[in-house]
Design a protein around this ligand. Structure first.
Ligand code: NAD
Length: 457
């Protein structure tokens, strides 16, 4: 029996489709005209790669980007597909498909998380890798952009299976990652433990401990203080900046958050501590609402005990999709992509949309939100706190000298509020919305470096 025959038929079909789609993607754009997203089908609208490329094209056109640089930056530099055999607990061998896409290394080593999810696809990883390039450039840290993913369901795998899969995935990528090449980090479905396994596997192959090969590690093996909360913390900083910019008070500022994972729960905790009123939280299996504000520390303890937000006595249960459309000052999608689309954007009643997740809003929804006057803090700015503290971790690992949590947080706050000011200033001076401003700012920085280095063509 071949290893492939052990893969369930549906998964095999999905893998074949993914590979075919990769093979059918042109290496170069056939046209430099921006995608006509008004005519997009819902399927195209919710394809993260199309969403990223559409924004890139709009921003590149406004920047009057040199056509050669446009082509270079529009596509990822390198895409790696690996098939990972894993010894399962029941004695069988399963084969998982994994990706690592390196979009750009113009400004420094590739940087970006690794996602374990049944929904991972090459187009998703490509989009996430490109977003990392733009995100690192928006906050002006010396990294390029990369992303990885493995098609698997981590919730249905044992720790042993996850460890073996992670180690073999790392071994397959061994010559492509490294402190000066490409530095992975956690994303959906991966955590500090996953990073520890990657660091250890890489170190075994190198015959020395190389802490700076990944970020988001446990603190005792080279992780940075403050990394776990960093994305949520960055979100709280840009929310403060947005309120100040729009002249709105923190007192009475109602917030609804989608997703109570790493990003959502930390954003909720920090905003709650700052005096914001968190009136709604949604999760994949339910939602909670309290017009007077949820008690976030009690909800966190409940979730730890019960394993779900459901059944929390301090709030009423709500419909998770409907809750997203209730009136609030700030809506924070912090779960996954494509949750604000042409289908629901018109119904949102928030003043500010702060994108904790990557790619939560489709390009068609952008126009609807702009017409409604929603102030958008785009993902490549709003959730950049994580990669910024990852940068601090990489710096500390390479120095072998570690900062206090206060030092880390102060540096993060400074970068996040300065980046917010940069984007808003760019939007005003170029008369574009915040998302296009963030893309233009980032593309301009990467294009400048690319031209300075020269294109090795
Ligand atoms: P996570 O897995 O810790 O949390 C995601 C949470 O969202 C989970 O609790 C999940 O149950 C919930 N969820 C999933 N689908 C949902 C739905 N349809 N409605 C409501 N809840 C849903 O992941 P995370 O690390 O918090 O990442 C969330 C998002 O933020 C992702 O888009 C990720 O790429 C992005 N992001 C994460 C970081 C980071 O540092 N972790 C940094 C930047 C961006």
């Amino acid at each position: 029996m071949t290893a492939e025959s052990l893969i369930p038929k549906t998964e095999l079909k999905k893998k074949k489709e993914t590979i075919m789609s990769a093979m059918n993607t042109p290496a170069q754009p056939t046209t430099l005209e921006p995608v006509k997203f008004e005519q997009m089908s819902l399927e195209q609208e919710t394809n993260p790669w199309e969403a990223q490329a559409a924004r890139f094209d709009i921003a590149a056109k406004k920047l009057n980007l040199d056509p050669g640089v446009w082509k270079v930056l529009r596509y990822p530099q390198r895409e790696i597909i690996v098939h990972i055999p894993v010894a399962m607990d029941d004695g069988t061998i399963e084969v998982f498909t994994g990706y690592r896409v390196q979009h750009s290394i113009a400004r420094g080593p590739g940087k970006g998380g690794i996602r374990y999810s049944p929904d991972v696809s090459l187009d998703e990883v490509r989009a996430l890798a490109s977003w990392m390039t733009w995100k690192c450039a928006v906050v002006n840290i010396p990294f390029g952009g990369a992303k990885g993913g493995v098609i698997c369901n981590p919730k249905k795998m044992s720790q042993g299976e996850l460890e073996r899969m992670t180690r073999r995935y790392t071994a397959e990528l061994i010559e492509f990652i490294g402190p000066e090449k490409d530095v992975p980090a956690p994303d959906m479905g991966t955590d500090e433990q996953t990073m520890a396994w990657i660091m250890d596997t890489y170190s075994m192959h190198m015959r020395q401990t190389v802490t700076a090969v990944v970020t988001g590690k446990p603190v005792n093996i080279g992780g940075s203080r403050g990394r776990r909360e960093a994305t949520g913390r960055g979100i709280s900083v840009v929310c403060d900046s947005a309120l100040k910019y729009l002249n709105l008070p923190v007192e009475g500022c109602r917030v609804i958050i989608q997703g109570f994972g790493n990003v959502g729960s930390n954003a909720a905790k920090l905003l709650y501590e700052k005096g914001y009123t968190i009136i709604g939280i949604t999760e994949f299996d339910g939602a909670l609402y309290d017009a007077d504000g949820l008690d976030i520390p009690s909800l966190t303890s409940h979730r730890k005990r019960a394993g779900t937000i459901n059944g929390f006595s301090g709030a009423e249960a709500a419909d998770k999709d409907e809750l997203m459309t209730r009136e609030c000052e700030i809506l924070i999608p912090a779960a996954t992509e494509n949750v604000i689309t042409s289908q629901n954007a018109a119904h949102l009643k928030c003043r500010i949309l702060c994108e904790g997740a990557n790619g939560p809003t489709t390009v068609v929804a952008d126009d609807i939100l702009e017409e409604k006057g929603v102030f958008v803090i785009p993902d490549i700015l709003a959730n950049a706190g994580g990669v910024t503290t990852s940068y601090f971790e990489w710096v500390q690992d390479r120095m072998g000298y570690f900062w206090t949590e206060v030092e880390v947080n102060q540096r993060l706050d400074t970068i996040m509020s300065a980046s917010f000011d940069d984007v808003v200033h760019y939007a005003t001076t170029h008369a574009v919305n915040n998302r296009i401003a963030a893309y233009m700012l980032a593309i301009d920085r990467v294009a400048y470096t690319t031209k300075q280095r020269g294109i090795y063509a």
